[in-house]
Design a protein around this ligand. Structure first.
Ligand SMILES: *[C@@H]1O[C@H](CO)[C@@H](O)[C@H](O)[C@H]1NC(C)=O
Ligand SMILES: *[C@@H]1O[C@H](CO)[C@@H](O)[C@H](O)[C@H]1NC(C)=O
Ligand SMILES: *[C@@H]1O[C@H](CO)[C@@H](O)[C@H](O)[C@H]1NC(C)=O
Length: 374
């Protein structure tokens, strides 16, 4: 209450002050004293004081100098000329990364209407993202990672058409991943280490992201085949431990800009599609801890930039010579004969007959597996 009262008084004073100053001279000639000069920083003052009140622990003293009206001198607060009026100073960015601050985000933060950058990584902020965040139309980057936020996916962020970088990893968000997130024109999307439970929406491929990380969630759906339509932009795809089932689509080779492809720790099965040999930008490939079987296509191991291929803990029966030449390679716990640290023939047979629903073809895969001793 007191802050509100104080701020209304200041607002009123400011309005009078700027009216007096700007009235006699046209504002075009005296741009530095247009009413908007002060109003934006004044609003920022209200927002930041409301935020300071919502903070209950700041062990590193990040907000200890958040006093007085000169918000541009506050630690972690960055001012710049307003994009729509270069004579006006406004708050353009807030960076409280690694603050270990505990608190919540107040509704008043929407008063920071010119905010382009909000970095709150590695704090102890909790609660939900205020719906008023939908007013932050210039927000370009939001990093809420490694906090204690909870609830559904923050819907307010779906209204932010300027957003390029959306990072909410390492929080306690749950429920479904809304399809609207894939209609945003994002460059990077980090949803990993939350508790999202839905399957990935079928409009996934609308997203122009180059980095897509959904690892460590509970999606419990099939591998999203639509992902292969994202080949023009996708460079890093990390779907590790996301609860994915099913097979990799035969068109997976369309992802020919991908440098990192990690689908480890899922329940994927089938063979690695031959088309993976067209993923010519690939440097890091991890398919470990799944139920893949069959022979690894030699074209994968011939990929020109491949540095690290991890395929341990599957049921592969054959490794082409090209794979043996890779520097960083992990083939443990598969089914090729005559390689060290592999599954026993019994385990391989049992696994394969389980995948094929009662024995058909298991032995066949084993026989075909061009055995190469290490
Ligand atoms: C963050 O602050 C809490 C409370 O003061 C403290 O227990 C914890 O060790 C701090 N964490 C880090 C990473 O400094
Ligand atoms: C995810 O949700 C499940 C079920 O609601 C819960 O048991 C689990 O603790 C949650 N995990 C995390 C990391 O929040
Ligand atoms: C290769 O990738 C695996 C899995 O991502 C990782 O554990 C390992 O450290 C990597 N090896 C090197 C040498 O980078």
């Amino acid at each position: 209450m007191r802050t509100n009262l104080k701020s209304s008084i200041i607002l009123a004073l400011w309005a009078t002050f700027s009216l007096l100053l700007s009235f006699p001279t046209p504002s075009l000639q005296q741009p530095q004293v247009t009413p908007s000069t002060g109003v934006r920083l004044q609003n920022a003052y209200v927002a930041l004081q409301a935020w300071k009140k919502a903070i209950n622990s700041d062990p590193n003293g990040f907000t200890s100098n958040w006093n007085g009206y000169d918000v541009c001198s506050y630690k972690g607060v960055y001012c710049a000329n307003a994009p729509d009026d270069s004579y006006v100073m406004t708050v353009a960015g807030i960076d409280l990364n690694h603050g270990n601050i505990s608190g919540s985000l107040p509704e008043e933060l929407d008063l920071l209407t010119d905010l382009a950058l909000l970095h709150l990584n590695s704090n102890r902020f909790f609660g939900t993202i205020p719906s008023s965040f939908s007013h932050l139309k210039l927000l370009h980057e939001i990093d809420l990672s490694n906090n204690l936020f909870c609830g559904e996916f923050p819907k307010a962020l779906l209204c932010l058409s300027s957003l390029k970088f959306l990072d909410i990893r390492y929080n306690h968000f749950e429920g479904s991943i809304p399809s609207a997130v894939f209609d945003l024109k994002l460059d990077a999307l980090f949803l990993n280490n939350n508790n999202f439970t839905s399957t990935l929406p079928t409009n996934l491929a609308n997203s122009p992201v180059s980095v897509f990380v959904v690892a460590n969630n509970n999606l419990n759906g099939c591998f999203p085949a639509e992902i292969t339509k994202m080949g023009a932009t996708l460079q890093e795809i990390i779907l590790m431990n996301a609860g994915l089932k099913g097979c990799l689509p035969s068109s997976i080779g369309e992802l020919n800009k991908a440098t990192v492809f990690d689908v480890s720790y899922n329940e994927l099965t089938g063979t690695l599609p031959e088309s993976m040999g067209k993923m010519e930008s690939l440097e890091q490939l991890n398919v470990a801890h799944n139920k893949f079987y069959g022979k690894i296509p030699y074209s994968i191991c011939s990929l020109p930039k491949l540095e690290n291929f991890t395929y341990s803990y599957n049921y592969f029966c054959g490794e082409p010579l090209q794979c043996m030449r890779l520097q960083d390679r992990d083939d443990k716990y598969n089914c090729p004969p005559l390689r060290p640290y592999q599954r026993s023939p019994e385990e391989c047979g049992a696994g394969l007959s389980a995948f094929f629903g009662g024995g058909r073809g298991g032995g066949e895969g084993w026989e075909e597996g061009g055995a190469i001793s290490g």
